[in-house]
Design a protein. Structure first.
Length: 154
């Protein structure tokens, strides 16, 4: 379905599934997530584990609420995800030395080692999503998505 196609669809239909932009973005997100899930299955991981690992590879020892804020996730959901990651020996939690109310999440050796393999797995998934896009189209697509997110973050 292209934008050109939408110009032939009555305006009222452009805001309902399957034509609406929101529906198509959600579909793209679900399909991308399923594709990444298949690629992460051999590691016993989910896409949610992947994004938490990415946060910690960038800044190990983040407070749980910082991970929640960076990923725009519900705190209760994050607690369960981190618990499952602890069970898999990917991370561990420890209370902050200065403020015992804060729990920090740290990578284990296993979690650190995954940084050697998983970025390539995710990159292949992204290549599949962007197959046929020129370099300029990839850049523009990314900028447009960021702009839409910023519009809704205000």
């Amino acid at each position: 379905m292209s934008v050109h196609f939408l110009s032939k669809v009555p305006v009222w239909q452009q805001v309902v599934a399957p034509y609406s932009l929101g529906y198509r973005i959600r579909l793209l997100s679900q399909m991308t997530g399923r594709s990444l899930q298949k690629k992460l299955e051999p590691y016993g991981l989910t896409p949610f584990h992947w994004v938490v690992l990415c946060c910690l590879w960038e800044n190990d020892g983040l407070a749980t609420f910082d991970i929640v804020d960076r990923l725009k996730q519900v705190g209760g959901t994050m607690t369960g995800v981190i618990s499952r990651m602890e069970e898999r020996d990917l991370v561990y939690r420890a209370q902050d030395e200065r403020d015992r109310r804060i729990w920090r999440v740290w990578l284990t050796q296993t979690g650190r080692q995954l940084q050697q393999e998983l970025p390539d797995v995710a990159a292949k998934n992204l290549q599949q999503v962007l197959n046929g896009f020129s370099e300029q189209e990839q850049k523009q697509f990314s900028e447009l998505v960021d702009k839409a997110i910023a519009n809704l973050s205000r």
